[in-house]
Design a binder for this molecule. Structure first.
Ligand code: SAT
Ligand code: MN
Length: 608
């Protein structure tokens, strides 16, 4: 640990000093981002008992971490937007008075790092030095956070170099909230669930987080910065921070490459879509390249094009359900250099989770550290899961075989289409294109998913999730929709075309109508044909849709009857569903843009 500081940035140095005097750590360490430092962080986690090394022959340089069972997910009820004015947080956020919330947090922060090291993590969201990227600095007392931030973002000295002596940075403070008395080591996964807060100050571009070590609460570059604070910055500065994957589609015959971003609510297969493998019959024609699986920063360029970067550098993916069948590219991504959290440990020192293989291993150590067999049941006789349903892998994006060669291009990639999706068992066809930008914004605003058994709420009930951003819009949702409309004007003729997809439509009998997964390539092909001016469509009450002949059926048997059922528009239930949008639009209040209400009225008129 050096005593000379790695920066001359006066404001940054002063900020770190001020926080050091509040947090009172035993030591302050500025992260350089080196491999050697990473080794030390990982070893420190093992030494503290929170992590174990996995078998280096099976998973080189990989760790298994078990969290406190009370600290396994984002805590939306303790997530606050502390804008100066309450009305700026809007109806989708919980507002906190900035003065009061800060005062409450300052009390918690006072001396909370006693006995611990304060790590200073300079990080870049986006390729270091990219004109689309932005810099943050996170203060944390968690080696787990340092090791995860090193995978998920770009950290260290190279970031300080770009920041220079006076560059702007987002201020991020995080503590697990458990000080140590002299000689005490404390729990392996320290956390303070009763006092957990994740608070955002959009005007000050600041994040204060306390009490949780879980990804979305503690890796402050991710949802806190790259979506909540960034969405507010983007509104001010004329760009977009969206909860979207980015993928490239290369036509192998012509060499042409198009890029698409897509927003799906959770449990719709977003990571799988980002790493799609075309079916064998289309493999000679197309190759998919992955740029991002979660977040896109999208900026209109002076030349009129619209370009996007993935602000992250890794995947923070849900492990359960991921397998060589559902997503071989994600499996390959976490074959080495990965941090697994809350999955099970096999007898040969590897990891396992529900859905990884058809057959369950005969014996495991489960995510809570207990002996596990397929017969293990709880006190009520219910089968015990070996892994937490929100167990995660943190894997470097560069491990992904389909990573796009352009993924670190500081200029980003040129975007041709925005795709919205949802999980809708009825009414909503496989794919359609918005008539125009305004209609596309309406589609995003009213998108949503039917509840699966896994989520809270009634199964089948529609949960609206505008642009899949409901928990992540850092300001008023009405202003957010207005910003989308304004961006359409700003982007002009070159703005991406907007599409809506639904992989989840079922027959009356409950049978899936669409095979999904790799077969979604056929839908993507039609989308790109539309963008490239070669795709045919017919006008329906919902938008422009393909007829059966407009799709590529090479290698897939699909009956006319199933196609008609898959694409059907109309009927009583659709009108009812659409009318249900009104409650959502009403909940936005006075700030609902008139143009969005107009789209709702037009849709009702078309369907009536
Ligand atoms: O932890 S994240 O917010 O990145 C993922 C999630 O919980 O949705
Ligand atoms: Mn996400």
């Amino acid at each position: 640990m050096s005593t000379t500081l790695p920066t001359n940035h006066k404001e940054l140095i002063k900020w770190v000093e001020e926080w050091t005097s509040i947090l009172k750590p035993d030591a302050v360490y500025w992260c350089d981002g080196s491999e050697d430092e990473d080794k030390k962080m990982r070893q420190a986690m093992v030494d503290s008992g929170v992590a174990v090394w996995l078998n280096p022959e099976k998973r080189p340089n990989s760790l298994l971490v078990r969290s406190d069972p009370r600290d396994v997910a984002r805590v939306e009820s303790r997530t606050l937007i502390c804008s100066e004015k309450q009305e700026d947080a809007g109806p989708t956020n919980q507002w906190g008075d900035p003065k009061e919330t800060r005062a409450k947090l300052m009390k918690l922060y006072e001396g909370c790092m006693k006995g611990r090291t304060l790590y200073v993590i300079p990080f870049s969201m986006g390729p270091v030095g990219s004109p689309i990227a932005h810099i943050g600095v996170e203060l944390t007392d968690s080696a787990y956070v340092v090791a995860n931030m090193r995978i998920m973002t770009r950290i260290g000295t190279k970031v300080l170099e770009v920041l220079g002596d006076d560059g702007a940075f987002v201020k991020c403070v995080h503590s697990v909230g458990v000080p140590l008395a002299e000689g005490e080591t404390g729990p392996a996964w320290p956390c303070d669930p009763e006092n957990t807060y994740i608070t955002h100050y959009p005007e000050a571009r600041e994040i204060l987080s306390f009490g949780s070590g879980y990804g979305g609460n503690a890796l402050l570059g991710k949802k806190c910065f790259a979506l909540r604070i960034a969405s507010s910055m983007a509104r001010e500065e004329g760009w977009m921070a969206e909860h979207m994957l980015i993928l490239g589609v290369q036509n192998k015959k012509t060499g042409k490459k198009n890029y698409v971003t897509a927003a799906f609510p959770s449990a719709c297969g977003k990571t799988n879509f980002a790493m799609l493998i075309p079916p064998a019959e289309m493999a000679d024609d197309y190759q998919i390249f992955t740029v991002g699986d979660d977040i896109a920063w999208i900026k209109p360029q002076p030349d009129g094009s619209v370009r996007a970067i993935n602000p992250e550098a890794g995947w923070f993916g849900v492990a359960p359900g991921t397998s060589n069948d559902t997503n071989p590219m994600a499996m390959e991504s976490c074959s080495k250099d990965t941090i697994f959290t809350n999955v099970a440990l096999t007898d040969d020192g590897d990891v396992w989770w529900e859905g990884m293989t058809k057959e369950e291993p005969a014996h495991l150590i489960d995510w809570k550290g207990n002996e596990w067999t397929p017969a293990t049941v709880d006190a009520n006789g219910k089968k015990v899961l070996s892994s937490h349903p929100n167990a995660r892998f943190t894997a470097p994006a560069c491990n992904c075989p389909t990573i796009d060669p352009e993924w670190e291009n500081p200029a980003g990639v040129k975007i041709d289409a925005f795709v919205f999706g949802g999980r809708r068992m009825r009414d909503i066809p496989l794919v359609f294109q918005a008539y125009n930008w305004q209609h596309g914004v309406f589609l995003g605003a009213t998108m949503g998913s039917e509840q699966t058994a896994a989520a809270e709420g009634k199964v089948g009930q529609l949960r609206n999730d505008p642009m899949a951003m409901r928990p992540f819009i850092g300001y008023h949702v009405g202003d957010y929709l207005k910003h989308w409309l304004d961006m359409g004007k700003k982007m002009g003729e070159n703005r991406p075309a907007v599409f809506h997809v639904n992989w989840f439509r079922k027959t009356e009998e409950g049978k899936w109508l669409w095979p999904g997964f790799g077969q979604n390539m056929r839908v993507l092909e039609w989308i790109l044909n539309r963008c490239n001016g070669t795709g045919h469509a017919v006008e329906t009450a919902l938008g422009f849709s393909p007829v059966k002949e407009d799709m590529n059926w090479n290698g897939l048997e699909f009956t006319d009857e199933d196609w008609d059922a898959l694409m059907k528009v109309g009927g009583e239930t659709l009108l009812e569903t659409v009318k249900g949008n009104q409650a959502l639009l009403d909940s936005i209040g006075d700030k609902l843009p008139k143009d969005i209400q107009a789209e709702q009225d037009l849709l009702i008129a078309r369907l009536s």
